[in-house]
Design a protein around this ligand. Structure first.
Ligand SMILES: Cc1cc2nc3c(=O)[nH]c(=O)nc-3n(C[C@H](O)[C@H](O)[C@H](O)COP(=O)(O)OP(=O)(O)OC[C@H]3O[C@@H](n4cnc5c(N)ncnc54)[C@H](O)[C@@H]3O)c2cc1C
Length: 473
């Protein structure tokens, strides 16, 4: 610090990670008496990044992420810290389903991220067929020993397939885990996305029994697993923008950062033809723009960042006349396994999942209507990104009609696209992350945050933003 001038921090990126970083820099729950000067720069004209809420059918509906996991404390706590505790809404629906042989069937009890932990519920579910049942039976009677790798990471699909059979992966695990990340479990890091599975696989004996021991059954009075906000998830990022403003944080929208310059131990942040000098910079961006900004500063970190691939996702929300939905909907929605299309060819299902939005979040329910949301796009399926909005709607409606027996046409629809939005955590992703973080730390006065590193969920992004702020200087 020069004389009495406070240090200046620039946060680049106004998604949830960057906003959480700015919140932490300003003191977090306990406003700092002597915070640094903070400037947040966001390239678009709005805060929130992937978090998007829209007025749809006369109510505020999340047209992007629609809730967060309550088992991790970060998102819940942040909502309370910024005064949104009264608007937290717990999930209402219970249970999810999967498309098997063209029909929507409820998932059995006892799954942990799609992996069965009990033989009977999964074997009796009718989802797995004889081959699937035999795979489960083998795990109970003659469990296969683990093939441990020397470095301690494995891809989820082959790991589970070896223990429980390929059918379990294709029908249960890949749709769930692949759905969360819009990727394939065949090359998804267990250490980065499902560490308890890795721990369970390294125990002796049955994987199902080991996973049961790793993940105890939640108590009957355990708090709900998922939460949302009655004003939509974007109400969190909007509120963060307001409270940061009240704390004197300067928020610059439509300010795409084009270059970082290192001079005399400080950073020069270039945006819109001006240079903002900073003692510390938090880059809360996806991997690709982060790597562009670090070009010329460290070749190793640029290479590591460029190795993180992204999947694009398209969401289409439908407001539907209840008369168009023939059977009562059960649970919160269903998943569509990649390999479940009868032809298995290039015409595979485009829809990867459907959420019954107003069953999941009852404050969205209106008499005589149903809100459905279809997800399209995965790391190995970029078709929807090339379709027009009208084609996305037609295709999604047609596939939902096949699965659910919908009739007629939707009352209203909205397509929202999330290009290159979900980072793919390949095997050894955590080594890559460690390499990036240490290379960035060596540059001095710099830290990175966001979904690219240690978790894509909103709580993980908040944790990452806050940690990046704490490690800045
Ligand atoms: C379709 C979808 C559904 C999801 N659903 C859920 C869910 O239900 N629950 C959950 O927990 N998680 C969900 N996620 C994951 C989670 O929402 C995201 O991982 C998280 O919001 C990412 O936040 P972020 O701040 O790291 O990145 P982003 O939201 O991508 O924010 C980065 C920001 O940086 C800005 N930016 C980029 N380049 C520059 C630059 N050069 N200068 C300045 N600004 C720049 C961008 O405009 C953007 O605003 C979902 C993700 C997607 C895509």
């Amino acid at each position: 610090m020069a004389g009495d001038t406070p240090r200046r921090a620039v946060v680049v990126g106004g998604g949830i990670s960057g906003l959480a970083a700015a919140w932490e820099l300003s003191g977090g729950a306990h406003k700092s008496p002597a915070p640094p000067q903070i400037v947040l720069m966001e390239s678009s004209d709005r805060l929130g990044g992937a978090l998007r809420t829209a007025m749809f059918g006369g109510r505020l509906v999340d047209v992007g992420p629609d809730g967060f996991l309550g088992r991790r404390p970060e998102a819940f706590e942040l909502c309370q810290e910024v005064g949104l505790g009264d608007t937290l809404v717990p999930i209402a629906g219970r249970g999810a389903a999967v498309v098997v042989r063209g029909r929507v069937r409820m998932l059995p009890d006892g799954l942990v991220l799609g992996v069965p932990t009990r033989f009977w519920p999964a074997a009796r579910s009718g989802l797995l067929g004889l081959r699937g049942q035999l795979g489960l039976a083998r795990d109970v009677l003659v469990p296969r020993p683990d093939r441990r790798g020397p470095i301690g990471d494995r891809s989820i699909g082959p790991l589970v397939a070896r223990k429980l059979g390929r059918r379990v992966v294709d029908t249960l695990v890949d749709p769930l885990m692949g759905g969360i990340h819009a990727g394939s479990t065949d090359d998804m890091s267990a250490a980065a996305t499902f560490p308890v599975l890795l721990a369970a696989a390294q125990r002796r004996g049955s994987l199902m029994r080991a996973l049961r021991a790793e993940v105890p059954v939640p108590a009957a009075d355990a708090p709900p697993l998922f939460w949302t906000l009655s004003g939509g998830m974007e109400s969190l990022t909007e509120r963060l923008g307001d409270v940061l403003n009240e704390r004197g944080v300067e928020i610059r929208r439509s300010a795409p950062v084009e270059r970082l310059e290192r001079t005399g131990g400080r950073w020069g942040v270039h945006a819109n033809g001006t240079v903002t000098e900073a003692d510390g910079v938090v880059l809360a961006l996806p991997a690709t723009p982060t790597s562009l900004l670090l070009h010329g500063h460290d070749d190793e970190v640029v290479g590591l960042l460029n190795g993180i691939e992204y999947a694009s996702v398209t969401l289409v929300t439908f407001r539907v006349d209840a008369e168009s939905v023939p059977a009562p909907l059960k649970g919160t929605g269903f998943l569509v396994p990649r390999r479940s299309h009868p032809s298995r060819g290039s015409d595979a299902w485009a829809v990867t999942a459907c959420t019954y939005l107003d069953q999941k979040w009852p404050h969205l329910a209106r008499d005589g209507e149903v809100l459905l949301r279809a997800s399209l796009g995965r790391s190995d399926d970029g078709r929807a990104a090339g379709w027009s909005d009208a084609d996305v709607c037609d295709r999604a409606w047609s596939e939902l009609s096949t699965f659910m027996g919908l009739t007629g046409t939707p009352l209203e629809s909205m397509v929202v696209r999330f290009p290159d939005s979900l980072p793919q955590y390949r095997v050894h992703h955590l080594l890559r992350t460690t390499g990036i973080e240490s290379a960035v730390a060596r540059l001095g006065g710099l830290s990175v945050a966001g979904a690219a590193y240690c978790g894509v969920g909103i709580p993980a992004c908040i944790a990452s933003g806050r940690a990046a702020a704490r490690s800045l200087w």
